[in-house]
Design a protein around this ligand. Structure first.
Ligand SMILES: NC(=O)c1ccc[n+]([C@@H]2O[C@H](COP(=O)([O-])OP(=O)(O)OC[C@H]3O[C@@H](n4cnc5c(N)ncnc54)[C@H](O)[C@@H]3O)[C@@H](O)[C@H]2O)c1
Length: 272
């Protein structure tokens, strides 16, 4: 029960397709260990499975329908969280949109939309939550970055750039607020089989979906894509006092993918 008496605000707590998204799994992981949850999402329907799962975990939860790209909307959500629970100990910035393509393919609008949803949102959430954490002289902010910030996974110039900005934001803010007892960290998930991704693969590959999924599993040294629980356990660790001396850094959650240029070692290689 590492989070007993603690309050977590999860931005992007819903799931954009049926199943365990990162925001849903993190909400439940923290709830199971005693946290009270403020579950924020712009989409009312996406949020409902998270509310049910957190209730099943026996935790108190408030739903907040808000848009993280809008300052007033976020401020209202933060105020509602403090009005209900009196504090905010953990902020998980999880909203992140994806768009494929390079500079020649994506539109200026797409670039602006991703930068707003993936980067500006983190700044706005911190702008409104930090005064609360400063007054407590404690708090942890965990930003959901991506391996795409540092490695090529597929052509996604806006997404990769936005996640690189999230990493830079994380380090700069962490140093600013360290004297106030606030930690700021990021997670960098690699190839994850979350519902949003598997739905996209189904749409793209149709009957070849299982092969496409198997191909992705195979290129990971551990032999499988990760899932939302791999992210949730890492976020719970970083948000807990077990990580009390960890700040201004990113934790890679990728089954070894970023360390390998060949995927899994081929058979017999260990005998060379
Ligand atoms: N799934 C992966 O493979 C993977 C890998 C690396 C990083 N990530 C990161 O994990 C995060 C979540 O991914 P997921 O696949 O679990 O997402 P998801 O799409 O299932 O859930 C994200 C939620 O954010 C909400 N949202 C979108 N725009 C919003 C806004 N403006 N305001 C408030 N809420 C908004 C959506 O309604 C949705 O419920 C993203 O930041 C993503 O970049 C995912």
């Amino acid at each position: 029960m590492r989070f007993k008496g603690k309050v977590a605000l999860i931005a992007g707590a819903g799931s954009s397709a049926p199943g365990w998204s990162n925001g849903m799994a993190v909400s439940v992981a923290l709830a199971r260990e005693g946290a009270q949850i403020a579950a924020l999402d712009s989409n009312h329907d996406n949020l409902q499975p998270t509310l049910s799962a957190v209730a099943e975990a026996g935790a108190e939860c408030i739903p907040l329908v808000a848009d993280v790209t809008q300052s007033t909307s976020l401020k209202n959500a933060v105020d509602a969280t403090v009005a209900r629970f009196g504090r905010i100990d953990i902020l998980f910035n999880n909203v992140g949109l994806q768009a494929l393509g390079g500079p020649e393919e994506i539109s200026e609008d797409t670039w602006d939309r991703l930068m707003s949803a993936n980067v500006k949102s983190v700044m706005l959430a911190c702008k409104h939550v930090l005064p609360v954490m400063r007054s407590q002289r404690s708090g942890v902010i965990v930003n959901n970055s991506s391996l795409a910030a540092i490695s090529f996974l597929y052509p996604s110039i806006a997404y990769s750039s936005s996640k690189g900005a999230v990493d830079a934001f994380t380090r700069n803010l962490a140093v600013q607020v360290a004297p106030d007892g606030i930690r700021v960290v990021a997670v960098r998930p690699g190839l994850m089989a979350t519902p949003r991704i598997t739905q996209r693969l189904k749409q793209k590959f149709g009957d070849d979906f299982h092969q496409a999924l198997a191909d992705r599993h195979r290129i990971v040294p551990m032999g499988r894509m990760g899932d939302a629980w791999d992210v949730a356990h890492a976020v719970a660790f970083l948000a807990s006092d077990d990580a009390r001396y960890i700040t201004a850094t990113e934790l890679i959650i990728d089954g070894g993918l970023s360390a390998s240029v060949i995927g899994q070692p081929w058979s017999g290689e260990r005998n060379l």
